[in-house]
Design a protein around this ligand. Sequence first.
Ligand code: IVH
Length: 704
Amino acid sequence: MTVPASDRERAERLRRALEHHNRRYYVLDDPEIPDAEYDRLLRELQTLEADYPELVTPDSPTQRVGGEPLASFAEVEHRLPMLSLSNAFDEQALRDFDRRVREGLATDRVRYSAEPKLDGLAISLCYENGTLVRAATRGDGHRGEEVTAQVRTIQSVPLRLRDLEREARWPALLEVRGEVFLTYERFAAINARAQRDGAKVFANPRNAAAGSLRQLDPRVTAARGLSLFCYGLGAVEGAPWSESHSDSLARIAAWGLPVSPEQQCVEGVEGCIAYYAAMAERREQLAYAIDGVVFKVDVFAQQRLLTEKAQKRRKGAENRNPAWAIAFKYPAEEALTTVEAVEFQVGRTGALTPVARLAPVALAGATVSNATLHNMDEIERKDVHVGDTVYVRRAGDVIPDVVRVLPERRPAGAEPIALPAHCPVCHSDVLRAEGEAVARCTGGLFCAAQRKEAIKHFASRRALDIEGLGDKLVEQLVECGLVADPADLYGLTLEQLSGLERMGKKSAANLLAALDRSRQTTLARFIYALGIREVGEATAQALAAHFCDLDALIEAPESALLPIEGIGPVVAAHIQAFFSQPHNLEVIDKLRSPALGAITWERPAAPEDDGATVAATSPLSGKTVVITGTLDRPRDEIKARLEALGAKVTTSLSRKTDVLIVGAKPGDNKLKHVEEFGVEIVNGERLAELLGAWDARDHAGSDG
Ligand code: IVH
């Protein structure tokens, strides 16, 4: 079938248009038309090519992703070796390089091309008569792997070079070299997807870029969204050519190849140093990773002279690093080390943060021996064991992070990391509430790590409102050892206070008066002041209104907390954990003791028609109860009901016992001391009455 001339022309025009818009979008980052318009043009070309297959050209924009997966990568020999760069890690090494260059050229000052050192992998692109014919990885510098099909999927790589006027045309054979890399955004998307699919997660963008390019199936490469910047030339034949590196980059950019917009020429070593510093600043704003900057003697004739001299010095031996270029590296931000131990630090709010103790390693210009593991979820997600080899990363001044474990290097018998049951600072229980990543110490009133925050909160306006006791003063009091918990505030004397720095007699007296005023408060404020996790003002008010009594709250089982508005299982767990810590109870007792804190509040009026009414007004409210003998319901159920009525149920009879509930076959031991301790006896019938009253009210409450 012959193709009508008009269709042939239309196909050619569409190809030119698509190449043009592709360059605007992917190379210049400056599109002229909406994506939908681009798609329309592409579809039109696809339709034409489907109607007339002979219209298809290998460099047609429709042919980026094509063909079957490869069986293996073919080997490619580079016409000119792909060299690497010498590195400078400090200014002195850079100055030494510049001195060698100046001596070699017998000149005072040299012009350098300065460019970012992209952290990806080197690639060679061969264009014959303007068409991309081959792409290859660096390999060992002499032989690499052919990845043409994969590189064709990189949208910024032109399949055909732009045609310019005669004297500015590309040479018949043009090899350009550059770096394939991934933006942070693409890298994150690839890893997010890998994580979702349970596939391998990459440690950094460079590994992900290499893994994406070396895919036998180019469709996989296409989906990864690789980028490319060209930074130099390889073999070139058959055209007038340029005199300098910077000019050659400008030319290849004009032919449609992507070149870093950060490239610029600088004068002398001082220009290099300034560029290095400026790039260090810009680095954070770049969308991709760079690990240094590269300086190249700009004038080709000077490059050649330096290469010849170096070759003479080396008596013709192979030169892997050109004498005319150097990479000035930024301090490494990622390093490999081992986890020697994991310790838990307690923060000022009681949060436990696992910290990895590492074998010391040089990282970003410092020696690093600690890294944060954030929380237990992170440890589980990264599956960190003591003894593991890990990647650590440091970004800016923050504490280094453990990025990833190398499971293949895990020694036999490596220990998984367990959350400690007790706070490493105060030994109170550690609570990790259901569904929460963060584990916390529950000894909020007592724990030395939480001291300052606990006291600041206790004194704050909506808590006990101790006027004049600001954050600074709290810190001062804790630091000089006068106060370790909120109760200690009430033991402060005028002498102690006026002895403090920046504290006059008058302010000291004012503070004592304010402390005195704070002694008369409300139950709601007091509960709020305790700083129980998740118990804000509203919850504190609800708790005060419901229990009317602090001891009833302290003893309340979960079943008595859950019916209260705003309290779910997590808040209930925090409340119970807080009151189950003996140290917290000690501080509360000190606060209430007439000899020390002497804090008091009026018993809140019992609300009407609320389950709490029962607890507050029941004859068992606040009573310590012991059960003996068999009753007509399970002991646990009776215990729960008694507790809901405000009773505290204990197992052994003592002088503190108020009531003994006696069922069938009571224990002799218990009855023996009844008279001596003055305990009231409640039999099964009376108990049924009391619980019945509860049942009736409970129903009235939930219906009304
Ligand atoms: S020039 C003859 N320029 O760094 C010089 N390399 O250690 C050859 N790289 O293999 C390289 N950014 O993969 C040059 N602007 C840049 C670069 C750069 C990254 C990589 C490249 C090379 C390695 C050298």
